[in-house]
Write a protein that binds this ligand. Structure first.
Ligand SMILES: Nc1ncnc2c1ncn2[C@@H]1O[C@H](COP(=O)(O)OP(=O)(O)O)[C@@H](O)[C@H]1O
Ligand SMILES: [Mg+2]
Length: 591
């Protein structure tokens, strides 16, 4: 753990040392000041010119101040650098985690790790370490001086300090644990606050404000309690330091007094020794403070490591051609992607599920129990079935958000486990069931999956998804902000944005999960035509919720209870499958 902590400092060690040295020079200049003041006064008394000493004093003041400020700035700068490094590393991992891991984690807590825990690292890594090192120097200096005074008394002093120091050492792990719990409580508070903010309208509509406030306040109170624990242990460590010196003082006084009485020690030596003993207070205090900060840093470190230790997905991002050739020259871990796969419309792929079994976790029920079906390249295929049949899971497995446990899934005849992940995802366009829209502008949202689309492509996708009216109506057109999660758009508008986004990716396989469920009849009809048109150039797999979508489909896969019940065209299935007949009879397929 300490090694991990040092790893954050290593890139900054040069500046850290310089900053520490400047601080030291600054304090030496400070120490010289009384002496220079004495010269000024002496010169005054002896009627000599004061110019020399005064200039010396001024220079010492200015240089001392500038050097101290510079040293301080460098230390703070190092602190910021360390925080930046920790944040970059943490965020990098956070956005590459597997979907399965992220399902378990709480967004609010993750946020607090990036903001809060990384900040905690700063204090330890700069003040903590620099002060501790300075303290060690002072301590060694004082001990050397004490040794020249009297060896026996030094032994007594060290004995007391070591015994009480050892006891303080026992407190340290407790400080670390309490600090970690304090940070966890802060994370918890973030998580419950996030829950309320994510469902803000539901909270209000349910009249649950008071309850949610109480839940967040509870979490805040727990954070306070943990913080108090840290404060308690820290104070105890401080008291122990103070006691160590006091007890050492008494012991030295007793032993030294006896030795003075017996004539083996001079009184003046005893007095000097006692003065040095008090000189120890500051460095020991600093060392204890440094140790406390180290514990706090370790606590933060543990929470940061918890995320960094989670496995990352294999590099998933397709690199644009210019950069990818530059990268492939370096024999790094980045697999050279096939950029042509991104933009090769009219190159549809087929999909095959063969006896696929899957569950979301070992303690979870089986979702897919031998799912088998085939989708030929090109054309429109519909997935239908009751809610919970595992339709959306089919898409999640195709995107490799989760790894299926048994059977084989192939895309373009190639096992998806053999596809480089980035390439596989680049071949897919995916519109999720709840059509997420990100905060930002409409343009950002549309270009999210295909940054290098041309103006013409963008215009066409907007026209196809009938977003032109919306764009014309918005105050700043495409550059209008859509609000947090697209709240400023209607449900149907969000769905059309999501579809346009997927089309702009020019996928070889388009996955639409109930993507038109919130559209009005006119827009739905229009988009059905667009989907039919797209299906002539790529493979389209839709999870259907309306009979109208299904009747267009070249083939329909009926799923139920973790398996595929029947496959066929609408007419075939109406004649042969009872569930399908039932679903079709209601016009509206259950979703
Ligand atoms: N991320 C998940 N973690 C755990 N269980 C899930 C997850 N997503 C879906 N499920 C479960 O898997 C089953 C199938 O879900 P899904 O594929 O979404 O059904 P459908 O789309 O056919 O309505 C459901 O019982 C659901 O509770
Ligand atoms: Mg679903």
């Amino acid at each position: 753990m300490i090694k991990e902590l040092l790893a954050y400092i290593r890139p900054h060690r040069g500046i850290l040392v310089i900053g520490g040295l400047l601080g030291l020079v600054g304090s030496v200049a400070g120490l010289a000041m009384p002496l220079l003041a004495k010269y000024v006064v002496d010169a005054f008394g002896q009627d000599r010119s004061m110019a020399g000493p005064l200039i010396g004093l001024t220079v010492a003041v200015v240089v001392g101040a500038v050097v101290s400020a510079g040293g301080n700035y460098l230390l703070e700068r190092t602190g910021e650098g360390i925080v930046l490094g920790a944040r970059r590393k943490l965020v990098d991992r956070m956005l590459r985690l597997t979907v399965a891991d992220v399902d378990r984690l709480k967004p609010g807590d993750l946020l607090s790790r990036v903001t809060g825990d990384t900040t905690l690292l700063r204090a330890v890594l700069t003040n903590g370490i620099v002060n501790s090192i300075a303290a060690v120097f002072m301590l060694v200096g004082a001990i050397v001086m004490m040794a020249t005074m009297d060896g026996v008394l030094l032994l007594v002093t060290l004995l007391v300090v070591v015994v009480i120091g050892g006891m303080t050492g026992l407190i340290m792990p407790r400080i670390q644990r309490a600090q970690q719990q304090a940070q966890e409580s802060v994370g918890e508070m973030g998580a419950v606050l996030d829950r309320a903010l994510q469902a803000y309208r539901t909270v209000k509509a349910s009249g649950a404000e008071e309850r949610e406030i109480a839940v967040v306040a509870d979490a805040a109170a727990r954070a306070r309690d943990r913080g108090l624990q840290v404060a308690g242990w820290t104070s105890l460590a401080g008291v122990a330091t103070w006691m160590a010196v006091q007890i050492a003082f008494l012991c030295v006084l007793a032993v030294g007094g006896a030795r003075v009485a017996s004539g083996t020690l001079e009184v003046s030596s005893l007095i000097a020794f006692l003065l040095y003993l008090f000189y120890l207070v500051a460095p020991i205090g600093q060392l204890v403070e440094g140790a406390v900060q180290l514990q706090q840093g370790l606590a933060a470190m543990k929470r940061i490591k918890e995320i960094e230790d989670l496995p990352a997905e294999a590099v998933a991002v397709i690199v644009p051609p210019a950069i990818s050739s530059a990268i492939s020259a370096v024999p790094s871990a980045v697999p050279s992607a096939v950029p042509s796969a991104v933009h090769s419309p009219g190159n549809p792929v087929g999909v095959r599920f063969e006896n696929v079994s899957f569950r979301y976790g070992d303690d979870r029920p089986v979702v897919h129990d031998g799912v088998t079906f085939e989708v030929p390249p090109g054309g429109l295929t519909a997935l239908v079935g009751p809610s919970g049949a595992g339709k959306s899971t089919v898409f999640a497995l195709l995107e490799r958000f989760y790894e299926h446990q048994g059977g084989t899934i192939t895309v373009a005849g190639r096992d998806i486990r053999d596809w480089p992940l980035g390439e596989l995802r680049a071949a897919l366009g995916y519109v999720e069931q709840d059509a997420p829209v990100l905060a930002g502008t409409l343009r950002e949202n549309l270009l999210f999956a295909a940054q290098d689309s041309t103006k013409e492509e963008l215009r066409r996708a907007i026209a196809r998804t009938r977003l032109d009216d919306l764009v014309a109506r918005l105050p700043e057109g495409l550059d209008t902000a859509v609000g947090h999660r697209g709240v400023l758009l209607s449900g149907g508008e969000r769905q059309r944005v999501a579809i346009a986004r997927a089309l702009l990716r020019r996928p070889r396989l388009l996955l639409l999960d109930e993507a038109t469920s919130q559209l009005d009849a006119v827009n739905e009809l229009r988009l059905r035509e667009v989907i039919a048109e797209v299906a002539t150039e790529t493979t389209v797999l839709v999870i259907a919720h309306r009979l109208s979508t299904v009747t267009d489909a070249g083939r329909i896969v009926v799923m139920e209870g973790g398996g595929v019940r029947a496959v066929g065209t609408h007419d075939e299935l109406v004649g042969r499958d009872e569930l399908y007949r039932e679903l079709a009879a209601t016009q509206f397929l259950v979703t």
